[in-house]
Design a protein around this ligand. Sequence first.
Ligand SMILES: *Cc1c(COP(=O)(O)O)cnc(C)c1O
Length: 436
Amino acid sequence: MSADPRRAVPRTDTLLADPAVAAACARLGRELVKDAVRAAQQRVRDGRLAPDGAVAAVLAALPTTAGSLRPVLNATGVVVHTNLGRAPLSPAAVEAVVAASGTTDVELDLRTGRRGPRGEAALAALLAAVPAAEAAIVVNNCAAALALVATALGGELVIARGELVEIGDGFRIPELLEATGARLREVGTTNRVALEDYTRALGPDTGAVLKVHPSNFVVRGFTRAVPVAELSGALAGTGVPLVADVGSGLLRPHSALPEEPDLQTTLADGADLVLASGDKLLGGPQAGLVLGRADLVQRLRRHPLYRALRVDKTTLAALEATLRGPLPPVQEMLAADVEGLRSRAAALAARLVAAGVDARAVDSAARVGGGGAPEHPLPSAAVSLPEPLAGPLRLGGSPVVGYVADGRTLLDLRSVPPACDGDLAAAVLEVARRWT
Ligand SMILES: *Cc1c(COP(=O)(O)O)cnc(C)c1O
């Protein structure tokens, strides 16, 4: 018998023929499994792994899915967190996505066997939720909606200087608009704009008047803006459409967020088109919602650029289920009352303390996120842990992202679905056990 471990390295085809490894090949693809096989062989060669442990090592190293995006528990207290994929889809939306993932009747009328309007049911659900709209289309995101509007209505876009917004990660709305070839006609000053500023700026080249919700900041003090109702009254009879980018995706007024504009009210106030993100406060898939006057929506739909911006079948499925199904997680998180959050935090802290973890329940302040309601903290509750756990929690088997404040790691529960409290406790226990 040889003592040289290299002679005992299991062959690739032997490892791939193991029934569990072969099943993994069928599920994850051969290349991904082969990477794990090569890594295990190397460890045997280095003498760090016994040859008969190779199969188990291959299986342990395999990811759970062929994609590398991993589920993360969002304990940041930011309900719509852009870096964590914004809105978590509702179970109903996830089911609809799975159902639509194969071949599906997205553009076929099964009764006649002929081509049908694409995504008709999702659009009908959108119109049912926003009765002030005559028609709607859905594009990739709100930035795409702005690009389509600027391209199709074009010419000169009249916009207040105080609404030339940077949304985040260097994305500036004025730069996007100009990238389409449209020209911006800026009116007013940073803090003040009057109705006459708008009306004076109208001319033969005006394509639209654009109002953009500042979303992620507020201007206070000596300020003035022109409400949609006033602006639409002044534009009546000029033929110039009023387009309002409300950003947040709130369909109707929300009692918890009194300052956020919503699609229904903005249209009822006289906007000709409204634009919003589907994955902000609506809590659905990433999408750009465009609703309003039928002739303008038709103009956008007929524009060649629409084809480049339209959404796929899974987005349409998720959007429809978000609109027609039970309240999506984002809406539930926004509506959660603080007493319920406090008792969840107390129960979790008690469970962790019983296992020897330095944990306590504390009050905290959550935020809407997604560029919404920047001045509107939501009362919340958190589990407070030793500061050095923040990193290990992110890197654990089930990653948890919280935040550090005053020398403690806080896990805010407003952004965690209640059904995930058990997973959260298990993730903390796993990390705390290794750390202490
Ligand atoms: C977030 C936001 C956008 C961009 O929306 P995406 O869906 O991320 O493209 C545009 N306008 C406003 C006012 C926003 O708040």
